[in-house]
Design a protein around this ligand. Structure first.
Ligand code: PMP
Length: 391
């Protein structure tokens, strides 16, 4: 395998353990080890296992079966998918939306469908792997790619000035960066895009349901009336407790993607239970989103309090539900994760190639399903592991 193998090389065995039992934010794995408190889950608002989602998914299976009947281009789009696309568009405040089999596939096929030969793409150096993949495909098809310094609107503006005025320009970024949980400076980026007549494509994988008073993502967090981005992408596999991805935008832009995004046209249509479960998740968010976000925010604040009181450092600016603990050394980071796992706390060791070499860290994800005691327990375990592995 080339240099883009699994993170951690032979230590990647940590990733191969499989969950056999799930109980809220706790899980059992197939290694016979202790029950794990998961500080790894993306189920930010605790909707996974919600009875309404299960009930609607089962009804949908009874009517349409478990899987895709074929591709969208092959006349297999279900009415439920259309309903979901309209609902996601409405939710995102856009005219239309397109659902893909995964968030990864959404990014890797929408980006090259938007920016083709001779168009210019501008991508943050810390964007998610699926965005990097989308940009590379676009470049292979003749687009010009510029990678700007992380979250640096001035560096982006410099790069934008390089592009010919008449060229199509697409700026692509995560809203919440998935390694460090920091937020894009959306007001500055939206301004720069307006000034240079560039499209802005925002990946809200970790912001959807989480950020802003209404949980609508980064523009809601910054109270931007315009919505901020031309293309709003997000995944169905985190807060929405299912699997899939979507892109929302104006009707003509989505219409163009519906015809040209290969991951949509040539892949199996989203199956009925997925569509029904996500529609139910959106209903739950309408009814209970604010209360669940409140719980989540209290849990994030509690996590930060616990880390501070244990003297564990974390970077400023992580305002979503991801809090990283910088460690540096890769071996030590893997040892810490293993120490915690042995004591029933699952944390993600972020090592190369997810992070640059020598900048490994642990990542703690918080959800509305955790209780304060879970968080205190996890932080005490991480702090003990840091002490036990200090040299
Ligand atoms: N974008 C970001 C920022 C992500 O973190 C992820 C998944 N970790 C994806 C896209 C891909 O989403 P999916 O899991 O639906 O493929």
């Amino acid at each position: 395998m080339g240099s883009h193998g699994l993170p951690g090389g032979r230590d990647a065995v940590l990733y191969h353990r499989a969950i056999t039992h799930l109980d809220g934010p706790a899980a059992r794995y197939d290694d016979g080890g202790p029950r794990q408190l998961m500080m790894t889950t993306y189920d930010y608002l605790g909707l996974l296992g919600h009875p309404l989602l299960a009930e609607r998914a089962k009804e949908a299976i009874d009517r349409f079966g478990t899987g895709a009947h074929g591709t969208c281009a092959g006349a297999s789009t279900l009415g439920l998918q259309r309903l979901l696309e309209r609902r996601l568009a409405e939710w995102a405040g856009r005219e239309d939306a397109l659902v893909f089999p995964s968030g990864f596939q959404a990014n890797q096929s929408a980006i090259p469908a938007i920016a083709g030969k001779s168009d210019w793409i501008f991508s943050d150096e810390f964007n998610h792997a699926s965005i990097v993949q989308g940009c590379q495909i676009a470049r292979a098809r003749g687009a010009v790619l510029r990678v700007f310094r992380h979250n640096d609107a001035a560096d982006l503006a410099r790069a934008l000035r390089e592009a010919p005025a008449e060229s199509v320009k697409l700026v692509v970024s995560d809203s919440v960066f998935s390694v460090d949980g920091d937020l894009l400076d959306l007001p500055a980026f939206a301004r720069s895009c307006r000034e240079h007549d560039a499209f802005l494509y925002l990946d809200e994988a970790h912001g959807l349901g989480v950020l802003g008073p209404r949980g609508r993502g980064l523009h809601d967090h910054f109270a931007l009336p315009s919505g901020g981005a031309d293309f709003l992408m997000a995944t169905l596999s985190k807060t929405l407790a299912s699997v899939g991805g979507f892109v929302a935008a104006s009707a003509p832009l989505i219409d163009a993607l519906r015809r040209s995004a290969r991951g949509y046209v040539f892949s199996g249509a989203p199956p009925a239970p997925v569509c029904a479960a996500v529609l139910a998740a959106l209903d739950v968010l309408d009814a209970e989103g604010a209360a669940r976000r409140d719980l989540l925010r209290r849990n994030v604040a509690h996590l930060k309090r616990c880390l501070r009181s244990e003297g564990v450092e974390f970077p400023p600016g992580c305002e979503a539900a991801i809090v990283p603990v910088p460690v540096g050394d890769e071996r030590r980071t893997l040892d810490i994760a293993e120490y915690c796992r042995g004591r029933g706390v699952m944390v993600v060791p972020m090592v190369w190639p997810i992070c640059p070499r020598g900048q490994a860290r642990l990542r703690l994800n918080v959800t509305a399903h955790h209780i304060e005691q879970d968080i205190s327990t996890a932080v005490a375990c991480v702090a003990a592991a840091l002490r036990a592995t200090a040299r």
